[in-house]
Design a protein around this ligand. Structure first.
Ligand SMILES: Cc1cc2nc3c(=O)[nH]c(=O)nc-3n(C[C@H](O)[C@H](O)[C@H](O)COP(=O)(O)OP(=O)(O)OC[C@H]3O[C@@H](n4cnc5c(N)ncnc54)[C@H](O)[C@@H]3O)c2cc1C
Ligand code: FES
Length: 259
């Protein structure tokens, strides 16, 4: 797949370390949870979830993302996608629980909006380090009921998304969609497993991607060998039973890295 050239139309400062880049191409058929491979010319090609049909939302963590942060409106990058498997389509009348941590809110905001548009009842638990780091608060609030948690207590409940989750009757939801830091997802997985609702859950995983299209095997997870880029990044909780989720991942050279 040859990358298309996407010109940046607008850059939005979401927090000190997170920016949204709106570009001049709309992926009309994208499923929330699908991603694009972003070619930062001269540096690298990295995966990013689509935060809208025409935007990515990026946390500045290293070389490629720092280069993205140097770009201005009118500059461009290459895009391949949309790729992978997104969240299941919600139906009218369903009750949906969305659990988002940090930049994990990026693929979940379009999911919450699609669920609300389809007539589902959406309840989001949105967590971040502090109030200033919360992503897409207005979008989640417009889609349904919103619970906020912050590590420092500057907004919402002081603590983690799991503190709110533990108090909820999860059995009443038809689908539970999760994306965020893997430590957070590991704890959520255990809670949902104990409450015997893994069959209703979906987790969006992050792994090191090279090809992004299921060819190189860089992103395979143990023990199933499923490819995160092609069979995911969204997996049902049932697919992740006895997997490496929350324990380890692999770096660029395939070495195990403890989570
Ligand atoms: C399906 C998927 C969706 C993602 N969506 C988003 C998003 O919406 N917003 C966002 O900010 N980040 C997202 N990421 C993470 C993003 O790809 C990495 O933060 C980015 O690649 C870091 O690149 P870097 O060169 O700036 O950092 P580096 O310094 O190279 O690396 C920092 C960390 O980023 C990760 N990383 C680096 N290169 C890759 C790669 N090729 N593939 C996967 N991970 C890599 C590694 O864990 C590494 O430890 C997503 C990752 C995946 C797999
Ligand atoms: S990144 Fe190549 S198979 Fe997934």
């Amino acid at each position: 797949m040859i990358p298309l050239n996407a010109t940046i139309e607008k850059i939005m400062e979401e927090s000190p370390f997170i920016r949204t880049f709106v570009f001049d191409h709309r992926f009309e058929e994208m499923e929330p949870g699908q991603f694009v491979m972003v070619w930062v010319r001269g540096v690298d090609e990295v995966p990013m979830g689509l935060s809208r049909k025409n935007s990515i939302t990026v946390q500045n963590v290293g070389e490629a993302t720092a280069k993205l942060f140097e770009l201005k409106e009118g500059d461009s990058f290459g895009l391949r996608g949309p790729l992978g498997k997104g969240f299941s389509s919600p139906a009218a009348g369903e009750k949906i629980l969305v659990i988002a941590g940090g930049v994990g809110a990026a693929p979940l905001a379009p999911y919450a909006e699609a669920a609300s548009t389809a007539g589902a009842k959406v309840h989001t638990i949105l967590g971040a380090r502090s109030g200033g780091d919360l992503l897409f608060e207005e979008r989640f609030a417009a889609a349904g009921v919103l619970d906020i948690t912050t590590d420092d207590g500057s907004k919402g409940t002081k603590g983690f998304v799991t503190d709110v989750l533990k108090k909820i009757d999860v059995s009443s939801y038809d689908n539970i969609a999760v994306c965020g830091p893997e430590v957070m997802m590991g704890f959520i997985f255990k809670i949902l497993q104990e409450k015997e609702v893994l069959d209703k859950s979906e987790f969006s995983l992050h792994r090191y991607f090279k090809c992004g299209i299921g060819v190189c095997g860089a992103c395979c997870i143990d023990r199933s060998g499923l490819r995160v880029c092609k069979d995911g990044p969204v997996f049902s909780g049932v697919q992740l039973v006895d997997s490496e989720l929350g324990k380890y991942a692999r770096d660029a050279s395939g070495r195990r890295v403890k989570i």
